[in-house]
Design a protein around this ligand. Sequence first.
Ligand code: NAP
Ligand code: GCO
Length: 265
Amino acid sequence: MTDEMFSLKGKTAWVTGAAYGIGYAIAKAYALCGAKIVFNCSRQETVDRGLKAYAEDGIDAKGYVCDVTDEQAVQECVKRITEEVGPVDILVNNAGIIKRIPMTEMDAADFRRVIDVDLTGAFIASKAVIPSMIERGGGKIINICSMMSELGRETVSAYAAAKGGLKMLTRNIASEYGAYQICCNGIGPGYIATEQTAPLREIQPDGSRHPFDRFIISKTPAGRWGTPEDLMGPAVFLASAASDFINGQILYVDGGILSYIGRQP
Ligand code: NAP
Ligand code: GCO
């Protein structure tokens, strides 16, 4: 065993939705381990924001405007990535949205959009890279799942359904393509301080912490929100040769929240 097991030198890593937040941290970790970085977002301004951030971090990343729910656009994006950078060795299905609406008040269109981005998008992107991975003897696919792959809570029915489905898509890709040395695993972040969870951490008018913020702190043994940087090591591990015999697993990076019944009041 050497540290080469964790090297990503010469690999092309495509992290969807990696302009900022969790995806950006994962892509930065991959760059630090030697990978070539490509990412996509659905909006030009977000791609531009990401390119600026990568450049400031000294990372030569390529960004593409591509909505992961548009299969033709994804196929064309993968063709461009292959021509301009190289075949995708590592795919991280990170792009995701959430809509926090009580189920009985949620339009079916809103429900479908969350499922489309968070679940179907991962199917579309994975389908686009698997044939090339098979031809080249293998690859790594990492799906960014969630606490909501295991738990429900009020107002996140679509998101939980999508992330629960993403857990099973992870297992099914592992089952269907493991024989081709394709490893498909998931990372289940706990509550991470990003733009997506900013509304849950807003300081209240009286200067106090958001009730949900206090709730998560109490439910997390680590006593804090996670940061995108907490995901860097687990993501490198699952993208590297160090995890070649791990397939279909979800690695929860949650500060212990899933294991904890909660402090006695
Ligand atoms: P974020 O800050 O909201 O960033 C989401 C990224 O995805 C943005 O770059 C966004 O760019 C992109 N995106 C959204 N829809 C897209 C689409 N249709 N096609 C392509 N790109 C798209 O999210 P985050 O907090 O970093 O979370 C990243 C992933 O981790 C998500 O899958 C989320 O569900 C999951 N997660 C987050 C947490 C947490 O606590 N933050 C915990 C567990 C899991 P555009 O809007 O420009 O497309
Ligand atoms: C929410 C949060 C969570 C996190 C994450 C937890 O509203 O409950 O957004 O869903 O995003 O998925 O793992």
